[in-house]
Design a protein around this ligand. Structure first.
Ligand SMILES: [Fe+2]
Length: 379
């Protein structure tokens, strides 16, 4: 006997249209979509029924694991708290970022990242989690200890994405010293002399380590089928390098030129959803909305605010004339899923996983009212 559920009286957001009707779910998969039909079933009250969101880059777990500087929380409890917020934000598939290599900003040691990954695995296997969790390794290639951290993840099948980052001064996100000074000197309260020593050390490390670490991590990921991401690409040279390295995702390009070249080369261009919600970048980089208007945005990520993902999708649909709701939603569902090879989800379409969210929105912040993962209500 198979398990069937019908969601009825819904505004169903499909790949390129919105239809009113019902969705039939059987054994965790979408079985049928009936426009206009009035099947008996769970009444959605005219709310939107959308595919569950797919998040590729969230740092949000860190704040639950270390809620105050120097404080460490029980890792499984931290994962559960993070998961609860992620799921109630409509995210049914999430890539949790773990830092590999310290750029002297994080304060986590490599074993802590391994412990967090083990907590994610345990929590998932024990059925403690609402969303489907994968791991995104954020690899700071300029750091001396990045390979030591990365080694601990060899053979971990939950790792599906790795990004290659270089946050040394003079590189990518920090091409100008102004931003770097603001970010590191001011935040860390360094004197001029201390800052000069710090900058010299980071530049030396980048010169020494970035190229060989990038090569080693790239080679490993290509060998085992882990999707590669570039990070903060600023120039056409960066994009060429990404293409040569087999990168599929360009995270947070810092120039329109790099974003366009990445998109044109078939990479998915990812920008932060908070950037859309706030109307610009918090670090003075390019505006995600401009890329959307130019047709060169592919993926949005909630970055540090889980609820920004669904909010940004509605805002883009509201504010950009050429983008309707199904298209805006694709940036947070089908496109991120496809980029990392998860073609079993991300769309309301017969045969796909019944990862579904019920959303009400008149104006302002949307309300995620219910969430189902493989047809089972989880929030
Ligand atoms: Fe960055």
């Amino acid at each position: 006997m198979s398990a069937e559920t019908v969601f009825t009286n819904a505004r169903i957001v499909l790949a390129d249209e919105i239809v009113e009707g019902s969705v039939l779910v059987r054994d965790g998969r979408i079985a049928a979509i009936d426009a206009g039909a009035s099947r008996a079933g769970e009444d959605m009250g005219g709310d939107y029924l959308m595919p569950g969101l797919v998040e590729l880059h969230t740092d949000h777990l860190e704040g639950h694991y270390s809620p105050r500087p120097g404080v460490r929380w029980n890792a499984i409890a931290a994962v559960q708290a993070h998961d609860a917020q992620v799921a109630t934000s409509g995210i049914t598939t999430v890539f949790d970022c773990l830092r590999m290599g310290s750029d002297e900003d994080g304060g986590f040691d490599p074993q802590e990242m391994r412990d967090l990954a083990d907590a994610i695995e345990t929590a998932q296997v024990e059925g403690r989690l609402r969303s489907d969790h994968y791991i995104h390794l954020r690899c700071e290639v300029s750091a001396p200890d990045v390979l030591d951290a990365f080694e601990r993840f060899r053979g971990d099948s939950r790792v599906r994405l790795a990004s290659l980052m270089d946050h040394a001064p003079g590189q990518r996100q920090f091409q100008t010293m102004g931003q770097y000074t603001l970010y590191y000197k001011t935040k860390r309260g360094l004197t001029d002399d201390q800052f000069a020593v710090f900058v010299a050390r980071r530049q030396e490390q980048s010169a020494l380590y970035s190229a060989p670490h990038r090569r080693a991590i790239g080679e490993h990921c290509r060998g085992v089928g882990v999707t590669l991401a570039s990070h903060d690409d600023a120039t056409l040279d960066h994009v060429d390098e990404a293409v040569r390295d087999g990168v599929r995702l360009a995270e947070f390009p810092t120039s329109v030129e790099a974003a366009r070249a990445s998109h044109d080369a078939g990479l998915s261009v990812l920008m932060g959803a908070p950037n859309i919600v706030r109307g610009g970048s918090h670090s003075g980089n390019i505006a995600a909305r401009d890329l959307a208007e130019a047709g060169i945005l592919d993926v949005l990520s909630s970055d540090y605010v889980p609820s920004s993902l669904i909010f940004a999708a509605f805002q883009l649909a509201d504010q950009v004339e050429t983008i309707d709701l199904p298209q805006a939603l694709s940036f947070v569902t089908e496109k991120p899923a496809r980029t990392v090879g998860l073609t079993d989800r991300g769309l309301i379409e017969a045969g796909r996983r019944a990862d579904l969210i019920r959303v009400r929105r008149e104006v302002g912040a949307p309300v995620v009212r219910s969430v189902w993962r493989e047809g089972v209500r989880v929030a």
